[in-house]
Structure formats: C-alpha cells, structure tokens
Design a protein around this ligand. Structure first.
Ligand SMILES: CC(C)(COP(=O)(O)OP(=O)(O)OC[C@H]1O[C@@H](n2cnc3c(N)ncnc32)[C@H](O)[C@@H]1OP(=O)(O)O)[C@@H](O)C(=O)NCCC(=O)NCCS
Length: 154
C-alpha cells in the first residue's frame, strides 16, 4: 500500500498590518492582510490577494488568487471566490488568463455565496447562497443565482 504525500496547511509569506487575528487551521500564503483583519478557521487565502483593514473573513471561506477586498467588509461562512472561469472548457493553468475580483469597502457577503470575477461597489449586501456573475455597481441588497437586486439601500 502506498503512502500519500501529506502537506501541512500553512500561514506563510503573509504581509500583515497591526492586530491581525488568524484562527488555525487555515491555509494562507503570499497575500496581504491589512490592520485589524480577522480570519476564522478553515479559511484558504491564496497568493496575490489583499484583504482590507478591519475586514472579517468567517470560517470555511475560500479566497482564490487575485481577489482584492476593501475595508470593513464582512465575508460570511463558506464564501467561495472563483476567478478561473474554465473558458476553454477546463481549468486554465495560466493565472494570467484568470479574471480579477474587486470588492469595495463596507460590503457584506452572506454565507455560501459564490463570487465570480466581478467588481462589487461600496456598501452592497449579497444574500446567502447567491452566485454573483456580473458587476454590482449600485448599493443595494442582491440575492439569488444569478444574483439580482432585491432592493436599494440608502
Ligand atoms: C438577502 C437578505 C439580506 C435579505 O434581504 P431582504 O431585502 O430583507 O429580503 P427579504 O427577506 O424581504 O426577501 C425578499 C425576497 O428575496 C428572497 N430572498 C431572500 N434572501 C434570499 C437569498 N439569500 N437567496 C435568494 N432569495 C432570497 C425572499 O425569499 C423573498 O422572495 P419573495 O419576494 O419571492 O417572497 C437575506 O435573506 C440574506 O440572505 N442574508 C444573509 C444572511 C447570512 O448569510 N448571514 C451570515 C451570518 S454569519
């Protein structure tokens, strides 16, 4: 019987501001966490991503490469970011071809939402289980698959 190759999850090459909290086990590498960021357990944050000051990342969330999240955001449990859209019918090994995601300040994302490569404007709220396939450019509450605006927010 063969032995599997086992690699430990790690927190490596992370640029941190003051007062950052990370609950282990998490797998976080090559990214930047600004001051006051909180990261719950079982989170992966890949390289070339940036998390803004005071943003909270709840447990079981996956943040892929090339995701920028602003300040004072709340990313709920099990939120999935996906920047490789399988444009050629399969995973693309070249990160240069992947999309980019930018979440502005004060955005709230409900549990189990999936965020494809989009821009989300300041103050938007995304409901639990939503799939965001297009840019969100007006402040409001969005939900569903694909996510649509439910109502405006002041
Ligand atoms: C979207 C949300 C913010 C509510 O927004 P709201 O404007 O108050 O919406 P309402 O509750 O009035 O519902 C309006 C309609 O949207 C639907 N809806 C509400 N939330 C939805 C969701 N997440 N996905 C799909 N549809 C949803 C409702 O069923 C309702 O449909 P109907 O008009 O056909 O009856 C809320 O439902 C939500 O998903 N919150 C996230 C909670 C969460 O993940 N918390 C994390 C805790 S760690």
């Amino acid at each position: 019987m063969a032995n599997p190759r086992i690699l430990n999850s790690k927190i490596a090459n992370v640029t941190c501001g003051e007062n950052v909290t990370i609950i282990e086990p998490s797998n976080i590498y090559g990214c930047e966490l600004k001051k006051g960021v909180f990261v719950g357990p079982f989170v992966e944050i890949q390289k070339n991503s940036v998390i803004g000051a005071r943003t909270k990342i709840q447990s079981h969330t996956f943040i892929c490469e090339f995701v920028t999240i602003g300040e004072d955001c709340f990313i709920g449990h099990g939120v999935m970011f996906a920047n490789d859209l399988f444009k050629d019918g399969k995973p693309d090994p070249n990160p240069d071809n992947w999309g980019r995601t930018v979440i502005s300040n004060n955005v709230t994302i409900g549990s189990n939402a999936t965020i494809l490569p989009v821009n989300v404007c300041e103050g938007a709220v995304i409901g639990a289980g939503s799939v965001v396939t297009k840019d969100i450019t007006e402040k409001g509450i969005y939900a569903g698959n694909p996510a649509r605006k439910l109502r405006d927010l002041p």
